[in-house]
Design a protein around this ligand. Sequence first.
Ligand code: MN
Length: 206
Amino acid sequence: MGLEKLYALPELEYGYNELEPYLSEELLRLHHGKHHAAYVKGANDILQRMEKSRTEETDFDTKSTFKELSFHIAGQLLHSFFWKNIAPSGKGGGGEPIGMITDVLRDEFGSIQRFKKIFSQTAMSVEGSGWAALAYCKVLNRPIMMQIEKHNVNIIPTFKILMVLDVWEHAYYVDYKNDRGKYVEAFWNIVNWDDVNKRLDYILKH
Ligand code: MN
């Protein structure tokens, strides 16, 4: 099969300065261009190492390799997800939820306000580096929150993700220093509900 296909850093659908004042250009440049890019490179480096081992028929350390690979691929996928999940205010970012997701959230959490509170608390209480994720369980047909540590710990297999919030320090430190709460609050001004609805629609149909 070879390695014609590797992971690539996706382009943002908005300019680096377009999420201001909630996320600064400097922060977004670093987050996308350095941190996210490092996960793409990390994943591809491991895949290339594995490929080399295949052609040279040498063994690689399966335990450390697949652990590392899981971390980097998850980092690549979650970031790719996250960039679509936010948008400049005025270009679909922020405001109250619209469409189908509104009913789904109201049914599950009682009110949009309570959903926001629980999602924010999930993000706030991630131990160390990680993500808050709203996911969907097709067995129970209800949304369920995941509190992801690093990029790949506490993931529930097969659950599809509706929205995520990166709460690694690299996601907010440049703008908010150690005040994760202020960053989480700012997120509600740029969350892209249209994107969340598209994902929900896709999940329900597949
Ligand atoms: Mn990040």
